[in-house]
Each structure stands twice: as C-alpha cells, then as structure tokens.
Design a protein around this ligand. Structure first.
Ligand SMILES: Cc1ncc(COP(=O)(O)O)c(C=O)c1O
Length: 454
C-alpha cells in the first residue's frame, strides 16, 4: 500500500524531498536502518510528551519512544531544564564530573547487582565492555548467548541474531551464524549459541565448552526471541552452571531495566555478576553503562599495577547524559514504574479484547511496560517459534503502515509497544481502537497465510 504525505504547503520541504537529498550523502539515505520507511523515511520536526510531529505536519502518538529509550516521552520539562543548565556550564571537559558520581551512586543504590559501574555511550558499548571485562577477569576467550537474541552490534554479540531455518542447524547444537558479511570465523568459533529457556539442551551445549567460556550473556526478556520472559528455572540453571564452571553471568538489561525498579533482575533469586544498561538511563541522550561485582570491575581500575581491561571513551560519562539520566531515573521511581506497568496492562487487556472482536489469530508477549504482537493464536515460546516467514513479515509491514498512516500511531518496527510515562488512558484508547481497525484490515491476508501453513 502506498500512502501520500499530508503536506500541502508548497514552500515547505517535504520528507520526500529531504530523503532525495539524504540519498546523495548517506547510504540508503538513513543513518540507522530502523528509521527506513518505504517509500521514504519521515523527518521529525518536533515532539512533546507522547506526540511527535513530522515536517510534513502530521502528528502521531508515539509508542516506540526512540526504540524504547524515552521513558518519559519527548522533551520532558524537568529533564530539559536540567540539561539546559548543564549546557551553559559545558558539555565535556577531559575531567571527571560530580554529575557522573551522583548518577553512579543512584544506579548502585537502585540495582541489586551493582557494586561498581562505568558509563559508556551506547548499549552496544555496554554489552561489549561487559564481555571484555568477563574475558579479562576469567582469562577465557568464549562467550555463550541465546539464539536470536539482539545485544547490539559488537561482532561477538551479534552472532546468530538472525539465524533462519536454512542455516540455524539442529536445536541441540545451534550453528553460530554471522550477521555481517565478512565476520571473521574466529568470532564465530568463540560464540556458543544455545536455545533460550531450554535448560537441558543449553546445559549440554555449555558443558562441551566449559573450560573456555568467560561469560553467558542473557537478556531476561529478549525482544527478538519473541519478548518472552526467561523462566526463573532457566536463569537459575545458567547461574548455577556459571558457579560450577568458573564463568560469569552477564545480564543485558539495555531494554529490560524498565520492567521493575531494579531491572528485570529484581524478580530472580540470583544476581548476575555484570549487567549492561542503556536506553532509558540516558534520559534521551546516548548512553550505556555496565556494572556489577567490585572484584570483577577491578579489571578496569587504573590504580592496579596491571590493568587487565584498559577502558576509556571520549564522551563516556559526559555531564549532559549523566545529568539527563539522573533526573530521568529519579522521576522513574518505584511508584512511577508501577503506574507505567499498570497503564501498559490496561492497554494489553483492551488490545486482547480487540483481538477477540476482530477474530484474528494474534497473541501478545512482554513484561512491564513493553509488549509485542505475534500473528499466531498461541504466543511463541522460543526464537524458532517466533521466527516470521517472509509472507508474515510483509503482512506486519502492511499493518505497521496502516497504523502509521491511517491511525497516526508509531509502533516499534517489530510490531511492539514500549510505553512512556507520558501515555494516558486517552492514548491507550486510541491505540486499542487503532489496533482493532488494523486487525480488521489484515484479517483476510492473515487468514490466507494461516490456511497455507495448515
Ligand atoms: C537488548 C539490547 N541490547 C543492546 C542494545 C544496543 O543498544 P544501542 O542501540 O544503544 O547500541 C539494544 C538496542 O536495541 C538492545 O535492545
């Protein structure tokens, strides 16, 4: 389906025109593939709370929140004020700042597994640094990760992120599949892939490499695996395995930190040795952080006679990010987390009603303030169950376009919602109404796909 832009003012430049210019200087015209949109991406003009207006003059309700990173929506006044005050004092200094210490203290007080923390500039960097710290601490080369899990763009972390039926191999020994063409085979050899939430198979796979594994990295509610929660039994089994075999357990809570006040880890009986954070802790600015046990984090300590993991970063812990992040997290207190989660639950219930009214095979998975749609009656339990055929992917694109253009609502491009505290019942009602319309729109196409696969 091709939709027309709403801009009728001839003097204003349209998204289409800017995109043409962008294609001359940026590959594919976009700086990140997630914002690419057919026939062209849309350019933001301004945003406030949970509403974003593009330069074509169309306002949309935002349930994507810059890929789950804006926990208070756009331009939240207390964050804006604090950042402006800091901007006048400078943005980065080749010196440490009080802002970073205050923010580090907040995170260490808040997260059970954090004794020490370091800031970086993205979730990718946080995951990479946690992996490197694990290697430095254990002196081992390999990592283990769940098939399909997204952990950012570090070579090792992205292995088997998009494995598919033609290459994923037997489930008892999933293949390590490169994402980027040209990934060295050495990288693939050092990444052990296991099936999420399958204790027996995972332990058998890990056992084969026991002496070489530095860490197991796990996202407790991995989006690409289906936004399915890690069972307590599975997480405990991973933890026990690491204790027995001298490896570390690393949580990737770049997205899931929003789930509870102390992150998704709060609900498990075991604590990770290290945790990677990002997204919401930046208050809208680029951020990452990794933290955990003091003895492990010591590998970074410049006072040691031998620094096992030398680590720096030009903009790491800059005072703009640490100020914005601190204010955002102070406002995202225990009460705000619970309130946001219950608003999300209301939305889920209303959408489940819409699914029934429309009579479509759609299910929802998620945790806390995030949920994802699946186009099967029963929610998937594994990456291989959640895997979508080309036909299903194009149907989801049709639905996303319908919701974006006709209903004026932005979702995450996997068909997921990441709520912000700016969302009220009014926007939830609009979302459920829009989804009902969307389900009715895709119903005939969805039925055809299901008939073919039966
Ligand atoms: C679970 C997870 N880990 C790591 C990352 C990487 O974060 P960033 O995009 O800030 O590099 C992401 C980004 O979406 C993520 O979802």
């Amino acid at each position: 389906m091709v939709f027309k832009s709403a801009n009728s003012d001839k003097n204003k430049r349209t998204s289409e025109e800017i995109y043409r210019q962008a294609c001359n200087v940026i590959p594919g015209g976009v700086s990140r593939n997630t914002v690419y949109h057919k026939p062209h991406p849309f350019y933001a003009a301004h945003a406030s709370g949970c509403y974003v207006t593009d330069i074509d003059g169309v306002q949309r309700i935002d349930f994507a929140n810059n890929m789950a990173s804006l926990i208070h929506g756009h331009a939240h006044p207390p964050i804006v004020e604090a950042v402006i005050e800091q901007l006048h004092k400078g943005t980065a200094y080749t010196m440490a700042t009080e802002a970073e210490v205050a923010f580090a203290e907040l995170l260490c007080n808040r997260i059970g597994g954090f004794e020490k923390v370091r800031f970086v500039n993205s979730g990718t960097e946080a995951v990479m640094s946690a992996i490197k710290a694990s290697r430095a601490y254990t002196g081992r080369p390999k990592i283990a990760k769940a098939e399909g899990a997204y952990h950012g763009t570090y070579d090792f972390a992205e292995v088997s992120q998009t494995s598919n039926p033609s290459n994923w191999g037997d489930i008892t020994k999933p293949n390590s599949i490169a994402l980027a063409h040209g990934t060295p085979t050495g990288v693939l050899d050092d990444v052990i892939v296991f099936p999420f939430n399958d204790i027996e198979k995972t332990i058998a796979i890990l056992d084969k490499h026991a002496e070489k594994i530095a860490c197991i990295i796990i996202d407790p509610v991995p989006h690409r695996v289906g936004l399915v929660q890690g069972t307590p039994e599975f997480i405990e089994a991973l933890y026990k395995w690491t204790r027995k075999n001298g490896a570390l357990l690393v949580f990737d809570e770049v997205v899931t930190f929003r789930v509870n006040y102390g992150g998704a880890q709060e609900k498990y009986s075991v604590r990770p040795d290290l945790t990677a954070l990002g997204k919401i802790i930046g208050g809208g600015f680029p951020v990452g952080a990794f933290g955990g046990r003091t003895d492990v984090m010591k590998v970074l300590d410049p006072r040691e006679s031998k620094v096992l993991f030398p680590h720096s970063g030009t903009f790491s812990a800059n005072p703009i990010t640490t100020t914005a992040g601190r204010v955002a997290m102070e406002l995202f207190d225990k009460e705000a987390v619970l309130k946001l989660n219950s608003m999300t639950n209301i939305a889920i219930r209303q959408i489940e009603d819409a699914v029934k009214i429309a009579g479509v095979p759609v299910s929802l998975t998620g945790a806390g303030s995030m949920f994802r749609f699946h186009f099967t009656a029963a929610p998937p339990k594994t990456y291989r169950e959640a895997y979508q055929s080309k036909e299903l992917v194009s149907l989801i694109d049709e639905l996303l376009d319908f919701i974006y253009f006709s209903e004026k609502i932005m979702l995450i491009n996997t068909c997921a919602c990441m709520f912000s505290t700016a969302i009220t019942q009014k926007e939830v009602d609009r979302l459920s109404e829009a989804m009902l319309n969307g389900f009715r729109f895709i119903k005939p196409m969805l039925e055809k796909i299901h008939q073919k696969t039966i």
